[in-house]
Structures are given as C-alpha cells and as structure tokens.
Design a protein around this ligand. Structure first.
Ligand SMILES: [Fe+2]
Length: 291
C-alpha cells in the first residue's frame, strides 16, 4: 500500500485508500487520475513520482468527493499543472464547503473532525475535446456523483473512479453513497461493455475483468432499493431511515448520519422516479406510499 505500481506500458497507479491513476506519454510529465485522499498521500505520491523522474502536467478529477481532490492545490502550486473536471463537478471542487452544505443541512458542521473543512478550494478547467491529455480518453460515468468520469489510457487501462465499489466496501458501509441510484445502475451496465486490458476502481484492486463486480454492484443497489420499498409504506422519512438502519445493523455517529440519510433519500428518489412509490402531504408530514 501507498506505493506506485506499474500496470502496463506507461500506465501506473498509486495504491491507496483512493487509488490514483498515473499515465505518462513522454516519460517526463504525468497525467494523474484524481489527486489522493489525504495530504500525507499527496506528499508520498509526489516523492515517488519525482523518484521516477516525473512531474505533474495534468490532474483529471473524476468527481468532486474530497477523497479524490485532496492534492489539487498542492500539484497546481508546485507544478502549475492543469486541473480538469466536468462542469457539474467543478462547482463543488471550487467551493468544497458546498459539499458539506449538500449533505449536512441542519447538522452542525463546525466539528473539527468534519473532513470537508480540511479541503482546499481549487479551480478546474472543464473537460473538452481540445484539452484531453494526449494518450487518454474520457468516459462518462454518471450516478455515484453528479457527472463523474473515468479515464482510459492508450495502454488499455481503464480507471473507473467510484462507479463500481468493492465487495469489502459494501460489507463495511452497507449503504455506500450513490447520488443517482438509477443512473448508477445504467453506468454499471455500461461498464460491462468497456473493453480494456486492466480495470482500476478507485477503492479496489486492479482486475482484468469487471463484469462480475459490476453485476455485484447492480445486484446490491437493486437489493437496497427493495429494502427501502418494503419498509416505506405510509411512513415519513425519519421512520423509514430508522428502520433501514435497524435492518442494516448500523449504529451511526453524528458525522456519519448525513451521508447515510442522503443515501436513503436517494434510494427513495429512485423509487419515485420508477413510479413505484409516491408522496402525499399529511398535516405537513411527507408520507411515502406504494402506488
Ligand atoms: Fe466518491
């Protein structure tokens, strides 16, 4: 862990809690796919890249979550490199506090343990046909975040960001975060058609075959939708949330509450979009009903 490993040709990755893709077209300047989950990791990858004679030319942020953008400012300040993201992810990267506002409405975020307080803002350019680094291809992977992307290098290595999570992550978190559940399922189906020699999820080991893990994630997301569907009839959000946590045997600390609450809302939303449930207002209480 925490070291750069060769994948194929000129494509490497830094193995960490959030893997970082590294590709160099000319052996001097590197394209990073994401920018680490912690300042200590940023220093470690930078030191190891320098040992390989590499500097950073471009960072492609797959999405705005803090565990993918931690080194943006460091790399830009040190190398004057380009930062790239999609337009929808750009806003949260420029104003990381928006992320805390998004998840933590009506929950105190002035807690120093709160990770969003420790992210430095950074300005990305929006990805276009013209600024995509040579030797890389951008693939759209919406669902887990607003408009997430992955990157395929010309060594046939596909960095898949958080579109597909490890079995360990599912076991540990039970209800890991997906912004748009239905879109995530569509993206997971699409992953099975992406042809590459090596696939690298952000939070799992590289693999030469992604179909089985993609199917596992699809199955899990559908299972979580059914869990919420089975308990939601005639209830308001707080009751549904409480029952979902009991079913998943989760006992949350305050700083974890908002992420899980958002995920339960996202699951409810996916069922509303499917037309399987609807909402009624009963004395100013929003109640979910099976249609
Ligand atoms: Fe993420």
């Amino acid at each position: 862990m925490f070291e750069i490993k060769k994948l194929k040709g000129n494509t490497y990755y830094f193995e960490a809690f959030s893997n970082v893709g590294i590709y160099t077209h000319d052996g001097v300047s590197a394209v990073l796919v994401d920018a680490c989950d912690h300042p200590r990791m940023v220093k470690a990858i930078d030191r190891q890249m320098n040992g390989m004679g590499l500097t950073v030319g471009t960072v492609i942020d797959t999405h705005c979550h803090i565990d993918h953008i931690c080194g943006n400012r460091f790399f830009q300040d040190k190398y004057g490199c380009k930062l790239l993201s999609t337009k929808k992810e750009q806003g949260f990267i420029a104003f990381p506090s928006l992320e805390s506002d998004f998840y933590y409405s009506a929950v105190d975020t002035k807690n120093s343990r709160h990770p969003f307080l420790n992210t430095e803002p950074s300005d990305t350019e929006v990805i276009t046909e013209e600024n995509i680094p040579e030797g890389t291809e951008i693939i759209s992977l919406p669902g887990h975040s607003f408009d997430m992307v992955g990157v395929i290098t010309d060594d046939s290595v596909a960095f898949l960001a958080d579109s597909v999570l490890s079995k360990k992550t599912w076991d540990e978190y039970r209800l890991p975060f997906f912004y748009d559940v239905n879109n995530s399922i569509t993206t997971l189906e699409k992953l099975k058609d992406i042809r590459a020699d090596i696939y690298v999820p952000s939070h799992d080991v590289p693999t030469d075959s992604i179909a089985e893990l993609a199917d596992y994630n699809i199955e899990k997301l559908k299972e979580k939708k059914e869990l919420i569907f089975d308990i939601c009839e005639g209830k308001g959000f707080d009751r549904i949330f409480e029952e979902a946590m009991i079913k998943e045997n989760l006992h949350l600390r305050t700083e974890k509450y908002a992420m899980y609450a958002t995920m339960v809302r996202n699951l409810l939303h996916s069922l509303v979009v499917d037309g399987r449930i609807g909402v009624v207002l009963d004395n100013n209480r929003l109640i979910y009903e099976i249609k």
